[in-house]
Design a protein around this ligand. Structure first.
Ligand SMILES: Nc1ncnc2c1ncn2[C@@H]1O[C@H](COP(=O)(O)OP(=O)(O)OP(=O)(O)O)[C@@H](O)[C@H]1O
Ligand SMILES: [Mg+2]
Length: 259
């Protein structure tokens, strides 16, 4: 394995979506495991600060979360925990209404966290909440790259379009990558990308200085193995590496690490 040059491939990647429940958290966790398998140092930060559930997916019971870091009860280094898939996590709390809106304090804290972790890892995945709240938009703004997770359902497509439009107009994003999750048949990914690109070309691009380009990073099949692994609070990529969804995850990780 060729060693990764220090910081050369550091990428802060926001995993976001319009609609909730499309698979951002399970895809972030499993993709992190797939990237870790290639020798990359990976951190997943639970950016769903008020309604976190990365800990649930990973079966972790954190004593220290980002909330403790923000309130000075813990150092950032103590809050970075090892996860089962060979990557690191920064977890958040649940039911914390104080994180339902982005305050200047939290904004600054998050920014500082990113500055510290960026040089420590090859990839930092931000598992954001769904939608276009100020919390989500701010966490996405910290990332160099945006990965929009979308399923082929019409509601998910509509909400993904809204997110893409807001990120294009509000953050000047011109390239965004798609992971089409819960694909029903091979080729759903290409179809979804094409549909979204068409709507963006028609309704968003005419008003912009340069056009928004959507790239398909990959598609992940709807796979009962994924659902069952979530029930057991295990990573499908770890426990069932031969499952269709795990093979597709490895392919996506391969594309992300290709030179
Ligand atoms: N490829 C897949 N095949 C089968 N089931 C899947 C797949 N991806 C996700 N799921 C199911 O969808 C559920 C929701 O996933 P997850 O919690 O990751 O969504 P989310 O986008 O993070 O939700 P939220 O918006 O609430 O943060 C999972 O518990 C799992 O059962
Ligand atoms: Mg989630």
């Amino acid at each position: 394995m060729t060693p990764t040059p220090p910081h050369a491939s550091t990428k802060i990647i926001a995993m976001t979506s319009g609609k909730g429940g499309v698979g951002k958290t399970v895809v972030s966790a499993n993709l992190a495991a797939a990237l870790a398998r290639t020798g990359r140092r990976v951190l997943v930060l639970d950016a769903d600060l008020g309604l976190a559930n990365l800990d649930v997916v990973l079966n972790l019971y954190p004593k220290v979360t980002l909330h403790d870091v923000f309130t000075g009860k813990s150092s950032l280094r103590d809050a970075i925990l090892p996860a089962p898939g060979g990557f690191s996590v920064l977890l958040a709390g649940s039911g914390m209404v104080e994180y339902s809106r982005m305050t200047p304090e939290v904004r600054e804290q998050l920014q500082q966290v990113m500055q510290v972790v960026e040089p420590m890892f090859d990839h930092v995945l931000l598992d954001t909440g769904a939608g276009i709240s100020d919390v989500v938009l701010y966490t996405v703004s910290l990332a160099g790259e945006v990965l929009v997770v979308v399923t082929p359902e019409p509601t998910s497509l509509t909400d993904a379009y809204a997110t893409i439009k807001v990120l294009a107009t509000g953050q000047g994003r011109r390239r965004m990558r798609l992971i089409v999750n819960q694909a029903r048949r091979p080729g759903d990914g290409r179809t979804v990308r094409q549909q979204l690109q068409q709507v963006v070309d028609r309704y968003v691009n005419p008003g912009l200085d340069s056009p928004v380009q959507l790239d398909l990073l990959g598609e992940l099949p709807a796979d009962p193995a994924m659902r069952e692994a979530v029930q057991r609070r295990e990573l499908v990529f770890e426990t069932l590496p031969g499952a269709p969804v795990s093979i597709a995850l490895a392919a996506i990780a391969g594309r992300m690490t290709a030179a």
